[in-house]
Design a protein around this ligand. Structure first.
Ligand code: SF4
Length: 257
């Protein structure tokens, strides 16, 4: 896509690099199942990702200052050139803030790369192995306490609210606080319209993009309601497609790593 095909008057909150390929988890809700496979080919061994020069031109043209490494159906830490792409971006773009959205399984193996981001969000919904397996489809769990201990960048936890996790929420948040987590995002799965009483009796201290933010056990806990969220992202898909459509940005941001 040429830069001029994106409306030059659009404002973007951030940009996503969406890697494609096999994942090391098998989450039953993965948004990758709902995206045209032609848009999400495996690019885990491609450097740089397809159409990257155009993507960079759009980032400059729209003065975007935040980029997220994430995936449509894979974990971005499975990308073979993760460190190289980080260094390349920092060399080409000044004042850029780069985030990682990961499931955390590879974090300890790649801690040197993990700590090159400006911040990281780890999708992690339960410390209970049985619940973890229901959410992710795999037994293996990220060692969150050790990741927190070795991280030199801010780490946020992103957890799913559903019938498997709602009853454990208090214990989950208590454990997060105990291992040093300072920010948690609690999110419903895309399309889930059930009204969860996530933090009974708690009053939001503020709202972020229409989502309530609580001060809970010393942590900043945001309860994301994606129907109420107004963010716009510039997305680079693994086939080289660049999309500024809100619909794609909202769905992908809410449900993939
Ligand atoms: S939701 Fe994320 S971690 Fe789970 S299978 Fe999809 S890409 Fe992998």
């Amino acid at each position: 896509m040429k830069p001029e095909t994106i409306n030059s008057e659009l404002n973007f909150d951030f940009a996503n690099i969406l890697f494609g390929g096999n994942c090391n988890m098998r989450c039953p809700f993965c948004i990758g199942q709902h995206i045209d496979p032609a848009r999400t080919p495996d690019n885990l061994r491609e450097f740089p990702p397809r159409n990257f020069d155009t993507f960079l031109a759009l980032i400059r043209a729209h003065n975007i200052t935040e980029i997220t490494f994430t995936g449509t159906r894979t974990d971005p830490q499975l990308y073979w050139f993760e460190g190289e792409l980080l260094r390349w971006l920092r060399a080409k773009l000044s004042n850029i803030h780069i985030s990682l959205h990961t499931n955390g399984l590879l974090a300890l193996n790649k801690m040197d790369v993990f700590n090159q981001y400006d911040r990281a969000t780890i999708s992690f919904s339960s410390f209970d192995p049985a619940t973890h397996r229901k959410i992710t489809g795999v037994k293996r769990m990220a060692n969150l306490p050790e990741i927190l201990r070795r991280a030199t960048v801010p780490v946020k936890i992103s957890a799913i609210i559903n019938e498997h996790t709602i009853g454990q929420m208090d214990a989950f948040l208590a454990r997060c606080a105990a291992i040093g987590v300072r920010r948690v995002a609690l999110r419903r799965l895309f399309g889930d319209t059930r009204a969860w009483d996530v933090l009974p009796g708690e009053t939001p201290v503020r709202y972020f993009r229409n989502n309530p933010v609580f001060n809970f056990r010393g942590m900043e806990v945001t309860v994301w309601n994606f129907r109420e969220t107004s963010t716009r992202a510039l997305n680079l898909f693994s086939d080289g497609t660049i999309s500024g459509e809100y619909l794609l940005a909202g769905e992908i941001y809410s449900t993939s790593v």
